[in-house]
Design a protein around this ligand. Structure first.
Ligand code: SF4
Length: 272
């Protein structure tokens, strides 16, 4: 079992571990709070992390980054190994590198995908593509629509996340209606997470002036979401770096580190 640097002990209620496999991501979202300087785990480090999480009583894992599907160790290996150890496994991804047939890949219990507007123009403006290359997508909105449709057809569960910011505040109702319609058509949405924009990281810091919102605006957006999203569970996440039920794990050198209370001081991001 690997050595763990205890920056903060998990509370008994924390049973979900977000594991940052890989800090890099080819996309250039305007609100991104991650930093590519985050270390990438190698396979032995990841397996050691799983053993540690299991021993500490975690039974759910979110495989995240950066973008976990860019992990050189192969995200399919990551989810298979987690599943083989009995974890409930979520994959938090921007969806770009998911292959044909991804919805039937063994080991993922739930996908976590982003949707930041109800139409392509705004979503793609927020979720910008880097210059052409692997892991980028100029029409990310259409890509997400196709990923959600594949999950719907396969009867697979998804959590949808939205980063609420000044540009998409007026979109909350429309996204909620879209998701309700998706559920009416048979889509299986576990929850809709509303993350408040944070003015830090490689995207958020640069675009703070354009995207930052007040407490009141965020509260109003959550209220609107709950009013328009039908039976969907809407989770309010005012600070994606902290959670009462989730703890965060990442690799620094030879050590697996943990601690949501110090999360804001490390160069990484929760699954987007
Ligand atoms: S928000 Fe997610 S998809 Fe966008 S650049 Fe950051 S890590 Fe990549």
């Amino acid at each position: 079992m690997t050595a763990v640097v205890h920056l903060q002990s998990p509370l008994p209620a924390r049973r979900i571990a977000v594991v940052f496999l890989h800090g890099g991501c080819a996309m250039r979202c305007r609100f991104c709070i991650s930093d590519a300087r985050l270390s990438s785990m190698d396979r032995p480090q990841y397996l050691a992390a799983l053993e540690t999480l299991h021993a500490r009583g975690f039974d759910q894992i979110v495989v995240g980054g950066g973008e976990p599907c860019e992990w050189p160790g192969d995200w399919r290996y990551a989810v298979r190994e987690a599943k083989a150890r009995g974890f409930h496994v979520q994959l938090g991804t921007n969806g770009v590198l998911l292959p044909e047939g991804f919805a039937r890949v063994h080991g993922v219990d739930r996908f976590v995908l982003p949707l930041d507007a109800s139409h392509a123009e705004l979503h793609n403006n927020l979720r910008r593509s880097a210059p052409a290359g692997a892991g980028t997508c100029a029409d990310h909105y259409s890509l997400i629509q196709s990923r959600l449709e594949a999950l719907r057809r396969a009867g697979r569960e998804v959590t949808v996340s939205t980063v609420v910011n000044a540009a998409n505040l007026a979109e909350t109702a429309a996204i909620g209606k879209w998701l309700s319609h998706y559920v009416e058509k048979g889509g299986c949405v576990h929850a809709w997470h509303l993350y408040r924009f944070i003015p830090s990281g490689r995207g958020g810091a640069r675009h703070a002036a354009a995207l930052d919102i007040s407490d009141e605006a965020y509260e109003a957006a959550v209220h609107t979401a709950r009013r328009t999203a039908g039976s969907l569970r809407v989770f309010k996440r005012p600070d994606m770096r902290h959670s009462l039920t989730v703890d965060f794990f990442w690799q620094e050198g030879a050590h697996l580190k943990v601690g949501s209370e110090v999360w804001g001081k490390i160069p990484t991001a929760e699954a987007c």
